[in-house]
Write a protein that binds this ligand. Structure first.
Ligand SMILES: Cc1cc2nc3c(=O)[nH]c(=O)nc-3n(C[C@H](O)[C@H](O)[C@H](O)COP(=O)(O)O)c2cc1C
Length: 184
């Protein structure tokens, strides 16, 4: 068995939307590209996909809470923020966008976002009405003003069985983008 040498590390925060299942493909392909992937799961994300999948795919422990005991003496958010080169939130819920825009840090994903001092890439996915809502658009503008890169969602089939804006950007497009960022 051979694994590629790791060149850089990425913190992949997964938040609670149906598109969370696509982040498993992302984690696997990033790992195969030689990038060390460290996954943080929001509590809601665990309703959609579990830590065992990411542990198996990445070979790294999955962080589910700032209080994860094995992260001592730091909180899990500080350890992730200090050990990773880039931060990607895929998928990012409307809730995550709101919290990040406000500097709230009440879960591992939002706390790591706040603690991280490097390039941040956020790929929102949600229902079309949630996406269009002025509050969501305001939060996006704030995040962009703060230096966060938004990987914009597409128009297409949504899990609420409607067609509209809010579908996670094509996961292979996100993959290619993140590989370029991680290896440049
Ligand atoms: C079946 C189902 C699908 C959901 N899909 C999404 C989604 O795609 N995007 C989103 O922003 N919220 C979605 N939600 C709502 C979030 O799970 C909810 O706002 C949650 O509090 C987000 O928590 P988090 O941001 O900490 O992960 C969904 C909820 C359910 C029950």
């Amino acid at each position: 068995m051979s694994e590629p040498p790791t060149s850089s590390s990425i913190c992949l925060c997964v938040t609670g939307g149906v598109a969370a299942y696509k982040s498993a493909h992302l984690a696997s392909r990033l790992t195969q590209a030689g990038i060390s992937v460290h996954v943080a799961l929001s509590p809601a994300a665990k309703h959609f996909i579990g830590p065992a999948t990411f542990l198996a795919l990445t070979g790294n422990p999955v962080i589910e809470s700032v209080f994860a005991g094995e992260q001592a003496p730091y909180g899990g958010h500080i350890r992730l923020a200090s050990e990773c080169d880039i931060l990607a939130v895929v998928p990012a819920t409307a809730n995550f966008l709101a919290k990040a825009a406000q500097g709230q840090s009440d879960c591992i994903a939002s706390a790591t976002y706040l603690a991280f001092d490097g390039p941040v890439f956020v790929a929102p996915a949600m229902n079309a009405t949630m996406w269009k809502k002025p509050a969501t658009q305001r939060n996006l503008q704030q995040l962009q003003a703060d230096g966060t890169t938004i990987l914009h969602p597409e128009e297409g089939w949504l899990s609420c069985r409607q067609h509209g804006q809010g579908r996670l950007q094509d996961i292979d497009q996100i993959l290619d983008f993140l590989i370029r960022q991680a290896t440049s």
